[in-house]
Design a binder for this molecule. Structure first.
Ligand code: ATR
Length: 285
């Protein structure tokens, strides 16, 4: 990669940000397409976010991404956001719409793309059991509701956060219900809902031994079990599901798909999917 006076600038903002795989993935894509662009990572403190966005505009950055914990806070500093960002309350992609710096969310749509590859008929499954109600859960739940899933059961420890997500899903026309991890109804919910999605951080590296407290014996070969975690590639949650004959999917597909969608938005070019997928694999192994 040679940088010169014409090099286009792209960025990911977050805190911490050193672990992000987005720079490697997008720079590999720029190289493959012969684009004179560079994508860098910047750690930004929350209170500096307004100044950082003003700086990106002043310096002529062409777009990029924003990640935890800035996805919610950045909205106020942008010139506009998509309808999905408004519903999800979070943006992960920055791009220019004319002279306005715009916020989009490709996490939700990326999740749906990966789910469609894994289970094209997911809309025909009885419903989804969503474990967690944090930022990731909100993106996934809204995307599922906007993509035709009619029933979503949410399990969360913090009932206020859980109820807020359930209320949002109901406003989108979904049948939604909040359950406690200790609720006796959870066993029935696990039996009835054939799509089970973990959005909690339980089992994420380095806490490999953790897993959501579920009655795993209720899982059957009809269940489709998804973990948004991609490190490790197979969490204990997915291992337990596999033991019961379930088909499983980890979060790598979602990570790739959100990147492909973001790349299209901020470069207006078709992304080299295989190159980006290979780069992710390389980083994760
Ligand atoms: P993210 O943006 O990755 O979703 P988050 O907003 O902090 O991160 O959400 C983390 C999710 O994991 C939440 O649903 C959280 O549950 P609470 O809202 O009840 O805190 C869940 N989570 C994290 N640690 C957990 C634990 N030990 N037991 C149960 N749920 C846990």
């Amino acid at each position: 990669m040679s940088i010169d006076g014409h090099t286009g600038l792209y960025v990911i903002l977050g805190n911490p940000i050193g672990h992000s795989m987005s720079p490697a993935m997008h720079n590999a894509a720029f190289r493959a397409l012969g684009l004179n662009n560079v994508y860098v990572a910047c750690r930004v403190e929350g209170e500096e976010l307004g100044a950082a966005v003003a700086g990106l505009k002043a310096l002529g950055f062409q777009g990029g991404n924003v990640t935890v914990p800035l996805k919610e806070k950045i909205i106020q500093y942008l010139d506009g956001v998509s309808e999905e960002v408004q519903l999800m309350g979070a943006a992960n992609t920055l791009y220019w719409k004319g002279d306005r710096l715009w916020g989009a969310n490709t996490d939700g749509a990326g999740f749906i793309k990966s789910l469609e590859k894994f289970e094209p008929d997911f809309r025909l499954l009885e419903g989804a059991l969503l474990l967690g109600a944090g930022g990731a859960a909100r993106g996934v739940a809204v995307a599922l509701a906007l993509n035709g899933l009619k029933k979503i059961m949410v399990v969360n420890r913090d009932m206020t956060k859980g109820q807020a997500l359930v209320d949002l899903l109901k406003s989108l026309g979904c049948t939604a219900l909040l359950l406690d991890w200790k609720s006796p109804q959870l066993i029935q919910a696990l039996t009835e809902n054939l799509l089970v999605i973990n959005t909690t951080s339980l089992g994420m590296a380095p806490r490999f031994e953790e897993m959501p407290p579920l009655a795993y014996d209720r899982l059957t070969t009809d269940h489709r079990v998804v973990d948004l975690i991609y490190k490790p590639a197979e969490t204990r949650f997915l291992q337990e599901a596999k033991k019961r004959g379930c088909r499983t999917m980890n979060g790598i597909g979602m990570l790739l798909e959100q990147g492909l969608l973001a790349f299209r938005l901020f470069t207006r070019c078709e992304p080299p999917e295989e190159v980006m997928a290979a780069e992710l694999e390389r980083w994760l192994t």
